[in-house]
Design a protein around this ligand. Structure first.
Ligand code: ZN
Ligand code: ZN
Length: 252
């Protein structure tokens, strides 16, 4: 069975279909879905979904885009929500210098604060990085003692070198629909990830895989990601390995 380790069923575009999507999981061979929060409201919606539907799990956190809205109140709320057994991680958190929607210094501060929060709550972290691997690795290195509960570099787009350093810090590496794109140039990185650190995700409604480009992405398309990675990883059963890894990381 498959596990989608990063899905925004809590996004306004998918939320109305949360029940339909859940109904379709079994037929698509999907056992569990981690619904990732990206701000206060989406984190609350992720937890609501995890309470209502057996296959949905939640993560709570503030995306780098919204770093400048982060407050102590948010962290207190995340602390409260993460006491629920199906709230399995803090995230997505990180740095995004591609869009630069929050000031970089604030992004760094809020990323570091949420790493600390996750450690205090004994939760793994879900990390979003775009065009900021240097600064993100520096923060992760400086926080290495706080990574005891692990984490995942979601939608990984870095080099093999960055991947190796992240793995050295105890992190998992997740790939999604981008692997099916014609211009995806990182198959060598996918090949180099240690089997015991590889994860699958959709990041739906974004990152829709080929041949469904132009439509909203959904967890049910995750099989396309598995198939593509399986072409490059003849050494392992991608579905079996990534399912086991997701269960280990998120304790689900
Ligand atoms: Zn992300
Ligand atoms: Zn995401």
């Amino acid at each position: 069975m498959l596990i989608d380790t990063h899905a925004h069923v809590n996004d306004e575009r998918l939320m109305p279909f949360a029940a339909d999507i859940h109904d379709g999981l079994k037929d698509a061979g999907i056992e569990k879905v981690v619904v990732a929060g990206y701000d206060r409201a989406s984190s609350e919606r992720a937890v609501l979904l995890s309470r209502e539907y057996p296959a949905y799990y939640a993560s709570v956190g503030i995306h780098p885009h919204d770093s400048d809205s982060a407050s102590a109140d948010d962290y207190a709320l995340f602390g409260k929500l993460s006491s629920e057994s199906k709230c399995v991680a803090i995230g997505e958190i990180g740095l995004d210098y591609y869009y630069d929607l929050s000031e970089r210094e604030i992004q760094k501060k809020v990323f570091a604060e949420q790493i600390e929060l996750a450690y205090s709550l004994k939760k793994p972290i879900i990390i979003h990085v775009r065009d900021a691997y240097g600064d993100a690795l520096k923060i992760l290195r400086d926080s290495s003692k706080l990574l005891a509960y692990g984490g995942v570099m979601h939608c990984f787009g870095g080099s093999a070198e960055v991947m190796r350093e992240a793995v050295g810090l105890g992190l998992y590496i997740a790939f999604g629909g981008a692997v099916t794109f014609k211009n995806f140039a990182k198959s060598d990185v996918v090949r180099a990830v240690p089997a015991e650190r590889l994860l699958l995700e959709t990041d739906c409604p974004y990152m829709t895989p080929v041949p469904f480009r132009g439509k909203d992405n959904r967890p049910e398309y995750i099989g396309l990601v598995r198939d593509k990675i399986q072409e490059w990883r003849q050494d392992i059963d991608v579905e079996e390995v990534t399912c086991k890894n997701a269960k280990t990381l998120f304790n689900i």
